[in-house]
Design a protein around this ligand. Structure first.
Ligand SMILES: Cc1cc2nc3c(=O)[nH]c(=O)nc-3n(C[C@H](O)[C@H](O)[C@H](O)COP(=O)(O)OP(=O)(O)OC[C@H]3O[C@@H](n4cnc5c(N)ncnc54)[C@H](O)[C@@H]3O)c2cc1C
Length: 279
C-alpha cells in the first residue's frame, strides 16, 4: 500500500484500475487515459473483515467475492446483487470501484447511503473517513482529493427492528443500467415510523437521500395517509432528467410508486406485489 501512496504522490492524476468494468469503457468512448495504476493485485486491499458490528470491504474485493456475506446480513440485497451486471461483471467489478465511479446510477450507492456506510480514504500523509452520503458532490464528481484513494468501505451490520427494501427498475432483468433505484431502511414500531432513511439513484445528477420525504414519514403513523403526503415530498427532493433510459416524468412517478410498494410490502408482507422474484 505504501508503494501505491508513493506512486499517487508522483502521479496524482493517475487512474486507478481495479476491475476495469467502468474505466475501460472510457477507452471505448475515446476518452484519453493518461497514467493507469493497476491495484487489483494489491493483497492488503483484498479483505472482508468484521469489526464489532461493522463489515469492512477492501478496495479490490469484487461483487462476486462479497455478495454472499452482504446477502447474509441483508437478505434483501441478494436479488439486487443477482441482477448486478452479469456473472462476468460481478467477478470483475469491485464494490469500491462502483463507489469511486460516482455514477448517479451506481446500484449499490443508494443502498450504502441508507445503511450509513463510511469510506476510508487514504493518501501518503494519512487517512480520513467520510460517509458515502457525503462523498458524492455532483455528476461523477466525488470528494476524493488528488493523490487519494478509497481503501475500504465500512458497512454497519443490520440493526434489530430495521427493514431494508431495495428496488431496481430497468428495462431488462440482468445486465442493464437502472432507470431508478430506490433504497429504504426503516424501523416501524406499533405502526409508527420510528426511523427512516431513503435514497434514490437515477433521480438526480448524483445518488441522493430523500430528506423531505424522510421528514414527512419520521414519527408518523405508517399509514396510507402518511405515505400519500410523503410521496408528494419527492417532488421537492428531486428534479430528475430525461434520457435514453427514462423520462423525468416516468422517473418521478416510479419513485412515488416505489415508496408505495415499500409501504405495502412492509405493512402486509403476505400481499403479492412482484411479477417475478426480481421486480
Ligand atoms: C456490461 C456492464 C454491466 C454493468 N452493470 C452494472 C450494474 O448492473 N450496476 C452498476 O451499478 N454498475 C454496473 N456496471 C458498472 C461497473 O461494473 C461497476 O460500477 C463496478 O462496480 C466498477 O468496479 P470496477 O472495479 O470494475 O471499477 P474500475 O473500472 O476499475 O474503476 C472505476 C472508477 O473508479 C476508480 N477507482 C477504482 N478503484 C478505486 C479506488 N480504490 N480508489 C479510488 N478510485 C478508484 C477508477 O479509477 C475509475 O475511475 C456495469 C458495467 C458493464 C461494463
Amino acid at each position: 500500500m505504501r508503494q501505491l501512496t508513493t506512486l499517487l504522490e508522483e502521479y496524482p492524476d493517475a487512474n486507478l484500475l481495479a476491475g476495469g468494468t467502468d474505466l475501460v469503457l472510457q477507452v471505448k468512448q475515446n476518452h484519453h487515459i493518461n497514467t493507469v495504476i493497476y491495484i487489483a493485485s494489491i493483497k492488503v486491499l483484498q479483505f472482508i473483515k468484521i469489526h464489532g458490528n461493522v463489515l469492512s470491504i477492501g478496495a479490490t474485493v469484487t461483487y462476486h467475492e462479497c455478495s454472499h456475506i452482504l446477502s447474509k446480513q441483508y437478505p434483501e440485497l441478494a436479488k439486487l446483487l443477482d441482477r448486478f451486471g452479469s456473472q462476468q461483471i460481478r467477478h470483475q467489478g469491485t464494490v469500491v470501484g462502483n463507489i469511486a465511479n460516482a455514477s448517479p446510477v451506481g446500484d449499490m450507492l443508494p443502498v450504502l447511503m441508507v445503511l450509513n456506510a463510511q469510506l476510508t480514504l487514504r493518501q501518503a500523509c494519512g487517512s480520513r473517513q467520510i460517509s458515502v452520503a457525503d462523498f458524492f458532490l455532483d455528476y461523477k464528481v466525488s470528494d476524493l482529493q488528488q493523490g487519494e484513494f478509497i481503501q475500504s468501505v465500512e458497512i454497519p451490520m443490520a440493526e434489530s427492528g430495521y427493514q431494508l427494501k431495495v428496488y431496481k427498475v430497468s428495462k431488462r432483468i440482468e445486465d442493464d443500467i437502472s432507470a431508478v433505484l430506490a433504497a429504504f431502511y426503516l424501523k416501524v414500531e406499533n405502526k409508527y415510523v420510528k426511523d427512516v432513511y431513503i435514497a434514490f439513484g437515477g433521480m438526480a445528477a448524483k445518488p441522493m437521500r430523500a430528506i423531505r420525504c424522510e421528514e414527512a414519514l419520521r414519527n408518523q403513523p405508517w399509514s396510507k395517509e402518511t405515505v400519500a403526503v410523503a410521496a408528494e415530498q419527492l417532488v421537492y427532493d428531486y428534479s430528475p432528467l430525461s434520457d435514453v433510459r427514462a423520462t423525468a416524468c416516468y422517473r418521478m412517478k416510479v419513485a412515488k410508486n416505489l415508496l408505495w410498494k415499500c409501504f405495502i410490502e412492509t405493512n402486509d408482507p403476505a400481499l403479492l406485489t412482484r411479477v417475478t422474484d426480481y421486480a
